[in-house]
Design a protein around this ligand. Structure first.
Ligand SMILES: [Fe+2]
Length: 157
């Protein structure tokens, strides 16, 4: 990804990957929210799905403010994730499936990458501030989901 000037910001790929990941997360969480009959899980999934979709738009906008255009990266596992989220599989199995997927993932997690960018003074201040806010919201979404997931897993035991 390069601007007309030919130079490229070293954190553009990160912003682009965040936008791609948030877009996909919004889609699959909304699909799951549409399927579950557990009202607590439904409202939590909808809340987080809305946040993810909104992050996608915000990061896409920031990319364009910086003079670039967002390009979606490809995620080979997304199709399967969406298939699982949209399926009639019980919620507890979807939760376990998601955890197993996460455990298999290799390479630096997106969180490590944005934490590094937050600490990187060569990233422009507005983007760092956006990333700090994003990190806080992601952490909050993670704990909201974990709480509901844990309840469902405990019930299933
Ligand atoms: Fe996210």
């Amino acid at each position: 990804m390069a601007t007309d000037s030919g130079t490229e910001l070293h954190y553009m790929e990160l912003l682009s990957d965040i936008a791609s990941g948030e877009k996909r997360a919004g889609i699959h969480l909304a699909a799951w929210a549409g399927k579950t009959r557990n009202p607590k899980l439904k409202s939590c999934l909808s809340l987080v799905a809305d946040r993810e979709t909104s992050h996608y738009h915000i990061f896409k906008r920031r990319i364009s403010e910086l003079g670039y255009s967002w390009k979606e990266n490809n995620a080979p596992d997304f199709e399967e994730r969406l298939r699982v989220s949209s399926s009639d599989m019980p919620d507890v199995e979807k939760i376990r499936w998601g955890k197993a997927q996460q455990a298999q993932r290799q390479g630096p997690a997106i969180r490590e990458r944005y934490e590094a960018a937050i600490a990187d003074e060569s990233v422009d201040p507005l983007t760092r501030s956006l990333l700090r806010w994003f990190a806080d919201v992601e952490a909050d979404s993670g704990s909201l989901l974990r709480l509901v997931y844990d309840g469902i897993e405990t019930e299933a035991e």
